[in-house]
Each structure stands twice: as C-alpha cells, then as structure tokens.
Design a protein around this ligand. Structure first.
Ligand code: GTP
Length: 659
C-alpha cells in the first residue's frame, strides 16, 4: 500500500482537468503518444462533442519516481518513509501506482465528484490562472476538506496567463487552502510545463491508502469485518455490459479480490459470479487480483440492474450467513437530492417495459438519476424522473435517445412543490394520488398534479453564491430585474483584490430557467454560480395550461408566479407558433388559467411538398389541382374527427424556459 497514491483532480468547469490528465497519461506512458487524443479520459461521444466531462473516470498509472526530487520543499513524507516503501527499480528510482480519478466540473455532476472523493486520499485543486478562483472551486474545496483529503493547489493554463494573473490566482488558491503562494504549483496542461513536478508532489504529499474511508481519528472501523481482513470494496461507480453483466468499480478497503472467487453485495444480498476483474488503464485490463488500497473493477455477471446500488459494499462474506450484515458495510454515500423533475412517457405504450429497463441500466452509470412510475390519462404509463439540474436533464434525454432508441414524450421540467390541499373539485387530483410530504402536506412534482384550488403552495428556495470580477458586478445585480432575487448581499471575496461575492435567496424554479446562461452572458463568462437548497417557502403561484386544438397538452402544463401567468401565457403560444412544426390542419394554440383562455394563436397547416414538375417549376394547373385534392382530403379527415397528435420536441421546452 505504501507504493499506491489515489487522487482526484477537481476544478471549476473548463479549468483544464481532463487536459492535465492527458499530460499525466503521457508522462507515465499509460497511453502511447500515437494513440493520444485531447481529453482522452472523456470516453463518451457526448463528452467529446460537448467538450465537457460528464462522468468520473478512474485510471491506473505506473509512475517512476526519482528520489532526488528537485522540489524538497513540497515534501510532507520524509525521504526515509518513501525509501522504506520502495519497490526496487534502481537506487534513485521507485515505482508507484497512481490511481487518478478525473472528475466533471459542472455543478450538475457534483454527485460524481463527491463519490470520487471517498475513493481517494488526495486532490489536486486546479484553478485556471486566467479566471482565478470560481464558485465551483470553493464548493469542490469544501467537499475535499470534508472528505479529509490532502489538497494540492495548482494554477493551470500558465502558458496563456499573464504573470500578474498567475500571481493573483496563486495568492487566492493559497488563501483558500490555507497555504503559502510558494506552495501552489504552476502548470500548463497544454504545454506540459510543471506537470512532472505536480506528479512528484502527488507521491510526496498524498498519503498512501487508508484502510477505511472514514479518516477522522476516533471513527476507526472497529467492526469484525475490518479486523478479520475480510475482502471489502466500496462500489463508487458501475456500468452495464451485455456479456459480463454489471461491472462494479471499486476501491478496495480491506483484503483483496480475485478472479476465481464469487462475491456478494451487502445491501441487496446479490451474488456476483465474477466474470472478470482488473484495473482501468484506462481500458479494462484483466488482472488476477486487486488488492487493499487499490482501485479496480469487478465484472459481476449480475444482469438485474436493481441488484446493485452505488455506495454498496462488495465482500466475500455471504451477508445472510452473518448475524448483522450491516456490520460488513463500508460507509456508503448520501442519496443525491434531485432539484428538477420531468415525466417521460414512451410514445408507443408497448415500449413501457423496455423503457423501464433502459432507465435502470442508465442509472447504473448515472446514479444521480432517480425515477418512479407515473401515469397520465393522455400519455399513458411512464416515469417521473429527478435530476440534479438542467444540464443533467439534457444529458439524460440525449442518452435515452442515443443508447436505447426509445421515442419518448416528456413533460415540462418542474421543481417539486409542497401543497396543502384545499377544496376538492371533481376530476381533480386527490389526496391518494399524491405522495405525503409531512406536516399534512403533499408533493407535487409534475405540474399537472397541482389541484385546481390548493389551500397553500410552498416552493423550494436556494441560497445562491455568485463570484464575479468587480467590473461585472452591476450587470450581475441587474439580473434581479428578471429573476426573483431576495436578500441580496455583496461582499469582496476574502483575500482577493478584484472579486465580489454576491449572495441571494432565489426560488429554485427561477434558477432552473436560464439563470446560468444569463449570468454567463451578462458577465462575458467571468461570473460563476453555486447554490444550495435552503428551505420551502409559501409561494404565490398557479397552474398555466396550454391547449392545442382545444385539448390540454399535459406536457406543457407549468406552475408559475401568478403575476407572470398572463405574460407567460401569451409568450408561450407565440413561441409555440414559431417552434412547432406545421400540422395537417390549422390548430388553435391557447393558454388557459383556471379555465379562462388568456392568450390565443393559430398554428398554420402545411402544404405537402409536391415535388418538381419539370424544369421551370412545373405545371401550375397540375399543382393547383393537387393542392385542392389535399385540401379535400384534410377536410374529410377533419369531419371524421381525426386530429393530428402534436408531439412537443425537447428543444421546445428549452426555448420556453428562457426568459
Ligand atoms: P470539464 O471536465 O468539462 O469541467 O472541463 P475540464 O476542466 O476537464 O477542462 P478541459 O481539459 O476539457 O479543458 C477546457 C479547455 O481549456 C479546452 O479547450 C482545453 O484545450 C483548454 N485548456 C486546458 N488546459 C489548458 C492549458 O494549460 N493551456 C491552455 N492554453 N488551454 C488549456
């Protein structure tokens, strides 16, 4: 274990984690130079297309450390400790196993980061020198501190930053992690400058693996499992493989795992009939065993996606054979808290079971995705799914489309409201339809469930922290004209010369519209945002319904502040007219509030393409004849009451959310 270092790179979005990881893969010769491509660890097509990391990716690297480090000032391990632990190569060279986990930067994927932090002992906190400390840097730092990791500060992109920017960023990072600016590393993921020194610092400063994820003194694992050196691995991630079943990514905290043994999951009791075992280098690389302190994978052969939960413990003891199976479990993870809900209904009702399987498989590699059955009179059976933010929702929708090819209809994204029921109106949502939320209240996670006359509605509120260069402060504060921002406070960021920290209370519903995009555009990308849910507060909101051809489109129902209903109603039908594809017949687009039509537009009918009738655009009379024939056909369909079933494309929801 003395020769292993487990660490993560954490940073605000786009500060260069994956690019820095590329240089580490090169330096350690983990990936051959000719096979190298930018952001190598972003393996998903979606990640590469969007240039963002969505999933954490572990990789095992073999690093030759030279004992005569040119940077003795960075050492916290003394030389004798390192020498004692060496696996001999040459006198001055020792081999170390470096397990790196590259993490996403966007706050919607914070759950990925938090799980990665519990599988390692150290973190490189990376800050883009041209941007300085950002909101997500503060958040990541707090998480790493809570996980009791050794934190190494580094400023990146020094190839393009001015000396002044580098000094300022180093000072801010040092202030944040309570260190000295001289201890903060300078590097460039682009040119590779400073990366060898950073790798040396990982060996010298990050402690070798602990036997237990809880690192604080006094909370040592005293369970019989730990004392007897039973094999135990924390499942921090997983993915589905058609042939090998669920592949569990584990950090081994005690004992070892080998190819010829079967294992068990403590929480579900499921048995893993080991199909493969090994390391990620970064591809799956079979090994005969993975040992205490290491990070690797176990292909479990389990085909039922519900049999494995992230945060569960994989062990060699059958849980049913011990008196208290909980004793076998390593501390797991806190459940992620969704902030945004969308209901999905398969377009073809016979796809329901396949859709359920698809969501379960997706959940294996995206454990922040939460779903439960839902149904709609019009749209049939489906699922209500919870997300950690708008980007998370976008990514899941895209993955359902690409990976499972099941056409689905969805509802408008909504936050979860709590309601006290009022007078029951016939045909309305009833108590039995809703999930209790305590204190005599009920959850409303899909706007269509909001009863017509609730006694009281409560909405989730957030505490928002915006970090902005002083020159954009005015622009940032002007956002309060568009969004409900309350109790605003502005303070200089401690230790920084030109950054301001704006805090405000903002309803979550406002935040999930395009708050983030607007903030970026008013500050030219320089301001950053972080938020946390703080409370539920009474809200003056009501339901806006949209009708197409006089019937309510359940997916477009929204809950909005009463003061905005009329304006939003009008805007929605105007936007729909612009965005929806033309239909067979002209259709009425109406916005309705409590049964009253508050706005109306007409969606035009399309004329069917008639093809090319000859060189000069064709014979006009023949075209007219065909148009007439089409019109008669449509008339007949209309008489028979055949209406076109309008589907709402996903981008329409996104457009409608914009302020
Ligand atoms: P997320 O995981 O999505 O948060 O991004 P990331 O932190 O992994 O950043 P990534 O490595 O994808 O880099 C973001 C952008 O910055 C890319 O366009 C990189 O080419 C660029 N970049 C990264 N490091 C450097 C650097 O040291 N110098 C310069 N000039 N550009 C860099």
């Amino acid at each position: 274990m003395q020769n292993i270092r487990n660490y993560v790179i954490i940073a605000h979005i786009d500060h260069g984690k994956s690019t820095l990881a590329d240089r580490m893969l090169e330096l350690t010769k983990t990936v051959e130079a000719r096979k190298m491509q930018a952001q190598y660890l972003d393996g998903m097509d979606l990640e590469r297309e969007r240039g963002i990391t969505i999933k954490m990716t572990p990789v095992r690297m073999i690093y030759k450390y030279h004992a005569q480090s040119p940077n003795p000032k960075h050492q916290i391990l003394n030389k004798s400790q390192i020498s004692n632990s060496k696996s001999e190569t040459t006198d001055s060279e020792q081999e170390f196993v470096l397990n790196l986990i590259d993490t996403p930067g966007h706050s919607d994927f914070g759950y990925e980061v938090s799980r990665a932090l519990n599988a390692v002992e150290g973190a490189i906190l990376l800050v883009d020198a041209t941007q300085g400390v950002q909101a997500q840097t503060l958040y990541n730092f707090e998480m790493a501190k809570r996980a009791k990791l050794k934190i190494i500060g580094a400023v990146n992109k020094v190839d393009m930053a001015t000396p002044e920017q580098i000094q300022d960023s180093k000072r801010d990072v040092a202030e944040l992690i309570a260190s000295d600016p001289s201890e903060i590393f300078e590097c460039s993921g682009k040119t590779g400058q400073g990366v060898p020194e950073l790798l040396e610092a990982v060996v010298e400063q990050v402690p070798p693996p602990h036997r237990h994820p809880e690192r604080s003194e006094g909370s040592r694992d005293s369970s019989p499992a730990a004392q007897n050196d039973i094999s135990r691995g924390l499942v921090f991630d997983s993915q589905y493989d058609e042939h090998k079943g669920i592949i569990a990514f584990i950090r081994v905290f005690s004992g070892s795992f080998s190819l010829n043994k079967n294992y068990y999951l403590v929480a579900t009791g499921a048995e893993a009939k080991t199909k493969d075992i090994g390391y990620l280098r970064p591809g799956f690389t079979t090994s005969s065993e993975i040992k205490m302190g290491e990070i690797g994978y176990v292909a479990t052969g389990i085909k039922d996606p519900d049999a494995l939960n992230i945060g569960d413990t994989l062990t060699d003891i059958k849980p049913s054979s011990v008196e208290d199976p909980k004793q076998l479990a390593l501390p797991g993870y806190r459940e992620p808290k969704p902030v945004l809900y969308v209901s999905f209904y398969p377009e073809n009702s016979e796809d329901y079971d396949d859709f359920k399987k698809a969501l379960s498989k997706l959940r294996l590699s995206d454990s922040a995705l939460i779903f439960e059955p839902d149904s709609s009179e019009v749209l049939g059976r489906g699922f209500k799914a919870g997300f950690l933010g708008r980007l998370h929702l976008d990514i899941v929708v895209e993955r359902i489309k690409r990976e499972f090819h099941i056409p689905v209809v969805s509802s408008f994204p909504s936050v979860a409201y709590k309601v006290k029921l009022g007078k029951y109106i016939k045909g309305d949502t009833e108590e039995k339809d809703l999930e209790p939320a305590g204190d005599g209240m009920f959850w409303v996670k899909n706007p269509k469930e909001l009863p017509s006359d609730p006694a009281e509605i409560f909405e989730p509120m957030t505490r928002v922290e915006i970090l902005t260069p002083t020159q954009y402060l005015g622009a940032v504060l002007s956002l309060s004209e568009l969004y409900r921002m309350m109790d605003m406070e502005t303070n200089p960021l401690v230790g920084s010369s030109d950054k301001m920290l704006v805090t405000a209370k903002v309803p979550l519903a406002d935040l999930i519209s395009d708050f983030d995009d607007k903030l970026k555009s008013v500050s030219q990308g320089y301001a950053s945002l972080n938020y946390e849910l703080i409370a539920y507060e009474r809200a003056n909101v009501d339901k806006l319904e949209i009708l197409v051809a006089e019937s309510v489109v359940p997916g477009l129902t929204r809950i909005l502040p009463k003061a905005d209903l009329e304006r939003e109603g009008r805007r929605t039908v105007e936007k729909l007219k612009e965005l929806l594809p033309k239909q067979q017949f002209p259709q009425a687009l109406q916005a309705s509030w409590r049964g009253k039509i508050i706005a109306r537009e007409t969606l035009a009918a399309f004329k069917k393409e008639l093809g090319n009738f000859g060189k000069n655009g064709g014979d006009r009379t023949r075209k007219m004849k065909l148009w007439k024939k089409q019109a008669r056909g449509k008339e007949r369909l209309k008489e028979r009451g055949v209406q076109s079933n309008i589907q709402i494309p996903q981008n329409v929801f996104k457009e409608l959310l914009k302020k």
